[in-house]
Design a protein around this ligand. Structure first.
Ligand code: GLV
Ligand code: MN
Ligand code: MN
Length: 418
């Protein structure tokens, strides 16, 4: 295997700065919610940069955005590379943006070097990967993979009551220069570069994570119904305090689920109280549970355990409880040939590698259902992500992008086309 073309690291870093300014926060992070004005500005900049290099710009009904660099035979499915441009509300500048801008850098490197690939190479920026404004996450890649929008999406609203459907329409309309295309056009393969979002690569001194798969994620919405009453006059025996029950459920879950299984992850990240007044006993509390495990069967078992524990706790506090799934994504296993290519091109460049499973979900999870898919991780400082302090050393971002470029060319040569 010969070394492929060298990417332009300076250009990549300048692009990372330019996109970090769109929705940039005073603390150096990014607030670019899915389908927001800032998200539209980032999409428009990406489309402009691509068009300036002669790449075709497309979007589908889920507002997934594609930049296509033609190859020798454009009737064959393209090889896809990319990630997402939306962020968490107090997100970092690399989560999603790195993989998207690395994909742009690959396309530009091919263009700079006049390389004719056998088929087209496409950058994709998936819509609403984060899911923090509109649930579920990985929305765009899910719609791409399944060909349908998730159940109930028409009624989905954000925390301010703004409808997903309206924001999607406005986002599509904001990019009239993009050519509309059908959902789910096939790809020959998919590789996504991303920051690890955890501490393993940094701790081990590895530069490139060769990702073998992604653990499963299930999101639950738990609603506790009690009775609104006066905070000062209602004796303990007469209280049906939805907040007291929610606190007890959460405390019991935290004390059992993760301490008894080091592979399990449980997070309560959002909680709302009704009516939410200082001197009123809450009549209703809603909270989220983000539950993850590399083994799908364990997620089922844990969900059943959570349901039983919640019902028992609610009954003893005089409340009712209901649980609803708002997202459910089974674990994914990536393509062995693609992970082998990533490993070998990284070694060829002299980059220390580590094989690993992803704790975070990614759009590659849905692409793995359609065909060969894989991911490349690079370290982030102190393993910190979904945080404004998220940081990737310039040489790490450049190395990951170089591996993405090399692996894409290698995968295309090895006849990955279906
Ligand atoms: C993706 O952002 C995740 O929460 O894993
Ligand atoms: Mn991400
Ligand atoms: Mn994220």
């Amino acid at each position: 295997m010969t070394l492929g073309p060298t990417i332009d690291g300076g250009r990549l870093l300048a692009r990372l700065d330019a996109f970090a300014a769109i929705g940039g926060t005073p603390a150096g992070g990014v607030n670019r919610p899915a389908l927001s004005v800032e998200d539209r500005a980032a999409r428009a900049l990406l489309a402009r940069l691509g068009a300036a290099r002669g790449f075709s710009v497309f979007q589908d009904a889920a507002a997934n955005l594609f930049l296509r660099r033609s190859g020798a035979d454009n009737d064959r499915p393209p090889f896809m590379i990319g990630s997402h441009l939306d962020s968490q509300p107090t997100g970092g500048r690399y989560d999603g943006a790195l993989g998207t801008l690395a994909a742009l850098e690959v396309l530009e490197t091919l263009e700079d070097n006049g390389i004719v690939t056998a088929s087209a190479v496409e950058l994709v920026a998936w819509t609403n990967e984060e899911g923090s404004r509109f649930s579920p996450g990985a929305f765009g890649s899910q719609v791409h993979a399944t060909g349908v929008f998730p159940d109930g999406w028409q009624d989905t609203v954000d925390g301010n009551g703004i409808r997903l459907a309206d924001e999607l329409a406005a986002t599509l309309a904001a990019l009239p220069e993009a050519i509309e295309r059908p959902l789910g056009l096939p790809a020959a393969g998919y590789i996504e570069l991303h920051i690890e979002q955890g501490p393993l690569l940094e701790r081990q001194g590895a530069l490139i994570g060769v990702v073998e798969g992604i653990q499963g994620t299930r999101w639950l919405e738990v609603v506790i119904e009690g009775q609104v009453a006066h905070a000062g006059t209602t004796p303990l025996a007469d209280r049906r305090d939805a907040m007291a029950v929610a606190a007890a459920i959460i405390a019991r879950l935290q004390a059992t689920v993760m301490p008894s299984d080091s592979d399990a992850r449980l997070t309560v990240g959002r909680l709302t109280l009704v009516p939410g007044a200082v001197n009123v006993i809450p009549g209703e509390v809603t909270f989220s549970i983000d539950l993850r495990h590399p083994n799908g069967g364990e997620i089922d078992r844990l969900e059943a355990e959570i349901g039983a524990l919640a019902a028992e706790t609610a009954a003893s506090g005089g409340c009712r409880v209901s649980l609803r799934r708002s997202m459910d994504v089974a674990p994914a296993h990536f393509d062995d040939r693609l992970t082998g290519i990533i490993q070998s091109v990284a070694e060829k460049r002299g980059f220390p590698t580590r094989r690993m499973f992803s704790g975070a979900f990614h759009d590659a999870l849905f692409m793995a259902r359609l065909g060969p898919a894989a991911m490349i991780f690079v370290p982030c400082r102190n393993g910190l992500s979904h945080n404004e302090a998220e940081y990737v050393e310039p040489h790490q971002a450049i190395a990951g992008t170089q591996v993405l470029c090399d692996a894409t060319l290698e995968a295309m040569q090895l006849g990955k086309h279906r």
